[in-house]
Design a protein around this ligand. Structure first.
Ligand code: PHB
Length: 358
């Protein structure tokens, strides 16, 4: 019998009941201080039948924030809030990892401590506008990080990883995709550094590898995933040689023996056209478990698992609108349609009130 979405799988130390992963989804509904609150517990608990939940991208420090009402994973109150989420998901038999996030230049002084400038590999302003508490505001030119500041950022990932373990997560996902800090280092459109963190692909990958090594040392490789998005132009991103860059990054991640590699196989919302890229070739370079993501439906996901492209598939928007997506796929039941006007911020409406099958 060939494998499909309903076949169990183990990613590192995390045993999944099925291969349907809830993708990380920014929802901007944390309480004051970045603390997860009751509706966040309900939201994740409702989706616990996913083989694995990856939480919304979660800032690892005050400087890592770039949008309103994000939950964090660096204070005691945040850890206590997340503990209620992980307990609820585990009580329903689910598994949950937290996505560790530093936004880099995709922020605004109004979202940062002491109205600080956002930080980035290089002082290159992104095109577009930041979502702030005052509405959409033009991005500013970020401040280029000093080489001497990078070890403290690595330590913020370590601190957040320990916090995630205290909060009861099954693991962490290092967010190195979608134009945020680690991706800003990887791609040469945003990294024009002259030090050992810029220039060659070996240098551009250095911060990701240091973060990965430090997090692996802190909590164990079998609890760590990494997310990449080789050609996603969202957040004004580009690379002059994406296949070369990301084939390299994939190969240097092999020796860690990570729980999984999670790949956004194209461009996400409104970022423009993604360049062509051979994800099959990249996948073949990776020796561990591969999680595919981007607009998969049930048929394409089953095909990707059956033919060995993917070990599991992450679904985003379908999980927003269908808390019982696993059951719906199992029954070939119709799906609820997602209301994009309630994706980012707001109340319980459009968050925890999507109906399950009768
Ligand atoms: C977003 O808020 O639009 C967002 C956040 C994290 C991502 C991608 C998009 O990785």
């Amino acid at each position: 019998m060939s494998l499909d979405l309903f076949s169990p799988v183990t990613l590192g130390s995390v045993a999944l009941n099925n291969r349907m992963v809830m993708a990380p989804l920014t929802r901007n509904r944390a309480a004051e201080g970045g603390v997860p609150q009751a509706m966040n517990v309900t939201y994740y608990e409702q989706r616990a039948s996913a083989g694995l939940i990856i939480t919304e991208a979660t800032p690892i420090s005050p400087m890592a924030h770039g949008y309103p009402a994000l939950p964090g994973i660096y204070t005691e109150a945040q850890i206590a809030g997340w503990r209620k989420v992980t307990d609820a998901v585990h009580a329903k038999g689910g598994k949950i990892v937290i996505q560790l996030w530093h936004v880099g230049r995709i922020s605004h002084p109004s979202l940062l401590p002491n109205a600080a400038l956002p930080v980035a590999p290089s002082a290159i302003k992104p095109k577009g506008q930041a979502f702030t508490y005052q509405g959409l505001v033009d991005y500013v030119t970020p401040r280029a990080l000093e080489t001497s500041e990078l070890p403290a950022i690595v330590q913020d990932y370590v601190h957040a990883s320990h916090a995630a373990m205290t909060a009861g997560f099954d693991g962490v996902e290092i967010h190195a995709a979608n134009g945020y800090l680690l991706d800003q280092f990887l791609r040469d459109g945003t990294n024009q550094r002259q030090d050992q963190y810029g220039g060659s692909v070996e240098n551009r990958a250095r911060l990701l590898l240091e973060v990965t090594q430090a997090v692996v040392d802190a909590i164990g490789a079998d609890k760590v995933g990494v997310r990449l998005s080789p050609v996603n132009p969202f957040n004004d991103m580009r690379d002059s040689q994406p296949q070369y860059t990301f084939d390299y990054v994939t190969q240097v991640l092999n020796p860690f023996g990570l729980a999984y590699l999670h790949v956004v196989e194209g461009g996400i919302h409104g970022g423009g056209e993604a360049e062509p890229f051979d994800f099959g070739a990249m996948r073949k370079l990776y020796k561990g478990a591969y999680m595919a993501n981007l607009s998969y439906d049930k048929a394409r996901a089953n095909a990707a698992i059956a033919n060995g492209h993917a070990d599991c598939v992450a679904f985003g928007v379908p999980f927003i609108a269908n808390p019982d997506l696993v059951e719906r796929f199992a029954q070939n039941a119709p799906l609820n349609v997602a209301d994009s006007s309630t994706f980012y911020g707001g109340s319980e409406h459009g968050y925890i009130d999507y109906p399950t099958l009768a």
